[in-house]
Design a protein around this ligand. Structure first.
Ligand code: NAD
Length: 466
């Protein structure tokens, strides 16, 4: 990979121990500008490369990701603190996304004749062209997933990409780039600029044609504001406060285990993690007991240990402070802790898996994204009350209903303002379905056919023969 100009090195910290894993050169303005210029210069040739060749290099990248899965999973576990079994699962989960994009790309690029009128010798046709240079500013929590959702369709549609991984997933970001180059993507077609928020902000000042951002609502608003005068395409995949409603007709044990997994998988650090649980009063106490029993059984520990289910918080001290503040705020307003409630006294940045009850919407824990192993359970008396509470949020990423009755679930979910609706499942993403947030959860679409079209712009052809 081409070395980026850089100053002073970033320290990559293992959040499970606090130890420095490596130092990496951070891209400065010269490096960011140079990367964008190279991406601009390389784009026409990449767009002119046959689709077969573009697909072939992505296929090779897939094969390399399979071949190197174990060391790549280990890197992810070390720098993000993701439990190793979950890191392996993330790498494996990228493959169906690659396969989906490869299967769909030819159709997405095919010219579309919308009118053939031999009488007046007129054809009307749509061709879809790449946007140009795509800046991809990414998050750390699922760096393979959220990165691949952007750079794979961007590259396949003929764009060049300047990719800024999160500073908390830098080694994974660099590895993604190395694999693409080894697979045959030319160095200037996909470039990694390592760095933190300042590198991201510098990238936004460059004359790119699109910005695809994954991260928090607070940063997303800054990205939108920075790009507004430029009128280029902006996609924002932001946070959530995703609710689950547990109806009164479910099997308590299996539902409690499934919802707890939706809340605590990836140590609760998923954009679509369950962040609020509303439970019908008819099974409230049985559900709360089963839920807490499940959470108490989670193994907290070294991410490299196969048994670990809960790892450290990747954002380290800032995340621990955020969790403590949400717990203190909730307790001050009348909530109770059923389990956990504090940081763990051990090296690294661990927060005990925590369940709160007697929570309401005056509390930050029920309004603001937590992004960690902390969840509030609230009791509701009716379906209408549940829907009102589910919709009482600035966010709109996903929402789930657990019930034995599909028609009841569909009626409820049709009333919920979210980009994704789940019946008897949660915290799930499919390559075939659009991934999109409403309100404070963002703008635009990744995945699905729409998530490929997001990297193309239509040109309208009016063709009149003589
Ligand atoms: P973050 O907002 O702190 O950082 C995201 C990226 O933005 C990083 O690469 C960071 O370096 C960069 N950045 C920071 N300041 C910037 C600035 N001023 N200009 C440009 N770039 C800047 O978020 P995070 O902690 O990396 O990720 C967690 C958040 O991402 C959560 O809110 C989570 O819900 C969200 N997320 C959403 C999705 C989704 O699909 N909707 C997926 C994953 C994560």
């Amino acid at each position: 990979m081409r070395a980026c100009f850089a100053y002073p090195p970033m320290r990559i910290i293992n959040p499970a121990t606090g130890e420095v894993l490596r130092e990496v050169a951070e891209a400065d303005r010269v490096a960011v500008t140079a990367a964008c210029r190279r991406a601009r210069a390389a784009q026409p040739a990449w767009a002119a490369t046959s689709l077969g060749t573009r697909c072939e290099v992505i296929r090779r990248w897939r094969a390399l990701a399979v071949e190197r899965a174990e060391p790549l999973a280990r890197t992810l576990a070390l720098e993000v603190g993701k439990p190793i079994a979950q890191a392996r699962r993330e790498l494996a989960g990228v493959l169906p996304r690659v396969d989906f994009f490869l299967a769909e790309i030819e159709g997405a690029l095919a010219p579309e004749v919308v009118l053939t009128s031999p009488g007046d010798h007129l054809d009307e046709m749509i061709r879809r062209e790449p946007l140009g240079v795509v800046a991809n500013i990414s998050a750390w929590n699922y760096p393979w997933y959220v990165g691949a959702n952007v750079f794979l369709p961007a590259l396949l549609t003929g764009n060049t990409v300047v990719y800024k991984p999160s500073e908390f997933a830098t080694l994974t970001g660099l590895a993604i780039g190395e694999l693409l180059h080894e697979a045959g993507v030319r160095a200037d077609v996909f470039q990694v600029v390592a760095g933190g928020g300042s590198a991201g902000a510098m990238l936004l000042e460059e004359p790119v044609d699109a910005v695809c951002f994954t991260g928090s609502h607070a940063t997303g608003v800054k990205v939108a504001a920075a790009m507004a005068p430029r009128l280029v395409r902006v996609q924002l995949e932001l946070g959530g406060k995703d609710p689950v409603y547990v109806c009164d007709d479910v099997d308590v044990a299996t539902t409690a285990a499934a919802v707890a997994d939706g809340a605590f998988y990836n140590t609760g650090q998923s954009c679509c993690a369950v962040e609020r649980v509303y439970v019908h009063e008819r099974l409230w106490s049985r559900f709360a007991d089963a839920f807490v029993a499940t959470v108490r059984d989670y193994v907290v520990g070294d991410p490299l240990d196969e048994r670990t289910y809960i790892g450290p918080l990747a954002r380290r001290e800032a995340a621990l402070d955020h969790h403590e503040a949400q717990v203190a705020d909730a307790l001050g307003r009348g909530a109770r802790v059923l389990t956990g409630g504090r940081r763990l006294e051990r090296p690294g940045f661990f927060f005990a898996p925590t369940v709160l009850v007697d929570v309401d919407h005056t509390m930050a824990v029920m309004r603001e994204e937590t992004f960690g192993p902390l969840i509030g359970l609230a009791r509701v008396g009716s379906d209408d009350e549940a829907v009102a509470l589910m919709n009482d949020t600035a966010y709109g990423l996903t929402a789930a209903v657990y019930t034995a009755d599909r028609a009841r679930a569909e009626r409820l979910l049709a009333r919920v303002n979210a980009g994704t609706a789940y019946w008897n499942c949660c915290d799930r993403v499919s390559p075939r379905l659009p991934w999109t947030g409403r309100g404070a959860s963002g703008l635009g679409v990744t995945l699905s056919r729409e998530g490929i079209a997001a990297f193309l712009r239509p040109k309208a052809w009016h063709l009149r023969g003589v």
